[in-house]
Design a protein around this ligand. Sequence first.
Ligand code: UD1
Length: 357
Amino acid sequence: MGARPNFMKLAPLAHELTRRGTPHVIVHTGQHYDADMSDSFLASLTIPKPDFNLAVGSGSHAQQTAAVMQRFEPVCLETKPDIVLVYGDVNSTVAAALVAAKLGIRVGHVEAGLRSRDWAMPEEINRVVTDRLSDLLFTPSRDAGENLRAEGVPAERVHFVGNIMIDSLVALLPKARKQNGGAHEPYALVTLHRPANVDDPQRLRELLDALAELGHERKIVFPVHPRTRQRIDGLGLPLRELQLCEPLPYVEFLALQMRATATLTDSGGIQEESTYLGVPCVTMRHNTERPITVECGTNILVADDLAKLRGELAKILAGNAKRGSIPPLWDGRASQRIADIIVGAQLHCDASRTREL
Ligand code: UD1
């Protein structure tokens, strides 16, 4: 695991493997390192202290990916795993998969098969390469399996297990419910961090203007990712209408999300969590690698069309939000299915695959 969206995917599987007595080690690459981007999540999700922390930190894509590879290889050589499990689509995911595959160690990809078909997104490159390198591909939805089939991935490698991030959500929802005792003024919850939205000052300024306009009608709560914080500070705008705060711990954010009038986001995970929670979600992206949240869930894509953004928000505030349902196997048991497959695969018996380590 390396970045914030990995933690809620690793936690349920680590707990499940521990419960079954399956030996494993946890490696944190250190891609995310701020206390409120990492430590607070490990605490909320009760992830034990990682056995290894590679402390790679920030850098260009090449620097970050290379640093993970250089520092992860000795961990594999020391621990000799039967399988390396990687999560999601961040730089740490593809870096660890490359190291393992080149050492002849099996790779299991949790959240395989998602495709935005947008090659300008670094995560899309990470997804495609990681899947190509993987021996066990655990998919969250049927569309992901179809993508893999279309790319020629043998069917026996692909396992439709459901959405593991929902395992964490289901486990911690009771705690999140307790956090919101009193009555609240209604609010919309905003997150923004994609380079396409925050790296171009003009685009960021327009988005913040549109959100400030919404702020006249509805309170806005906006926990700000460090990347976005740097960009906003660079603009030097007065942001009275937006209640900016630091990134929130998992349970606190979930508590806010479940009670929000709407979520406005460019995150992948929040599209899925909103669908599960039945909260209207407006996604400020042209595409989504999680189309099930649009087909089946509450998600609507508005791309960079600010008129559409305003229109969808007006509908939500008028009580005409899109309704949705929970996709198949988003039931809190994906980690059990993955553990069954890993343990059943008897990885260690097939010596022919693993090169001399
Ligand atoms: C990464 C993932 C993205 C995911 C996001 C969730 C990749 C390519 N991107 O993007 O898919 O949606 O995490 O948060 O892997 N920074 C800090 N403190 C931190 C981490 C980052 O200040 O703990 C700042 C640094 O200035 C850094 C910048 O944020 O340069 C971006 O961090 P980086 O890990 O490169 O990508 P994210 O934008 O976080």
